[in-house]
Write a protein that binds this ligand. Structure first.
Ligand code: AKG
Length: 272
């Protein structure tokens, strides 16, 4: 069942207070099946072996890819139409929502590779309050299978964290900011949800988050979609992975003014 206005209000309150929220059943079963099939169609050549980067040799791998929407119209449709952008825009309180990036993240059963503590904003060539990542569970995803965990209130910290290599704490060379804290998933203030297929979490771009390995017996497939709202401006972050066209835009330019030229689609938002 689609989230009610009261569900969305509660989610928005938690997002702005704690830095992340959950929306149960945001995506219906048939759509989850279509997205899962699109994820399964991605060959190993289209996904990076993150386990290898972590130096892990286990049979269960952690694989990830970025910007599938640029080459696959199905991924573009998942990110720019339907409930995911509409729910995200309601939580962010934005009148428009631009797709910045999508990412497929598959953690096989038995992969011990954790996702290290990080914030997303250091990787993005944009700045703003209305910036968020949606993480859609395509499989049952309890914490033991690698559902995300968040540090409460970290989105309002003035500290800027340096992007890391994601599965190891080494920073991306040439990037700026402080090293993310070495937190445990049971530390005070760390929170999150066990998810079912179709549930989403939405976290602020400045919320510290991480995940454990997958101790379960099923894959943990997720589609993560990163969005910008009305107040986002372009700010190229030295050393962070490049995005086409951003280097040519004056810092501080509202993203909405240049999103079309940068090829970033505005989502189709349904009335609440
Ligand atoms: O799926 C994961 O393990 C990490 C995802 C993540 O950090 C993100 O999408 O922001």
């Amino acid at each position: 069942m689609a989230p009610s206005p009261a569900d969305l209000t509660a989610a928005a309150d938690q997002f702005w207070r704690d830095g992340a929220c959950v929306v149960r059943g945001a995506v219906d079963t048939a759509t989850v099946a279509r997205i899962a099939a699109a994820v399964d169609r991605l060959g190993e050549r289209e996904l990076a072996d993150l386990s290898a980067m972590a130096g892990d040799t286990s049979a269960g791998r952690f694989r990830g890819g970025v910007d599938h929407w640029r080459t696959d119209p199905d991924f573009a449709a998942f990110a720019t139409t339907g409930p995911i952008p509409t729910v995200t825009a309601a939580v962010l309180g934005t009148s428009q929502l631009w797709l910045y990036e999508d990412s497929v993240l598959v953690k096989d059963p038995g992969s011990p590779v954790p996702t290290r503590w990080h914030t997303d904003d250091g990787y993005f060539h944009v700045e703003g309050g209305q910036m968020a990542t949606v993480w859609l569970a395509l499989d049952p995803s309890p914490r033991s299978a690698g559902a995300l965990r968040f540090l409460a209130g970290s989105h309002v910290s003035p500290t800027r964290y340096r992007p890391t290599l994601f599965v190891i704490d080494d920073p991306i060379p040439g990037t700026e900011g402080e090293a993310p804290p070495a937190l445990g998933l049971d530390d005070p203030g760390v929170f999150g949800w066990d998810l079912e297929p179709g549930d989403i979490t939405i976290h602020h771009a400045r919320t510290l988050h991480a995940a454990g390995g997958n101790e379960g017996t099923r894959p943990r497939r997720a589609l993560s979609i990163r969005y910008c709202g009305d107040d986002a401006v372009v700010r190229v972050k030295p050393g962070a992975p490049g995005k086409p066209g951003f280097d040519a835009v004056a810092p501080g330019t509202p993203l909405g003014e240049v999103a079309g030229a940068l090829g970033l689609p505005a989502a189709e938002l349904s009335p609440a």
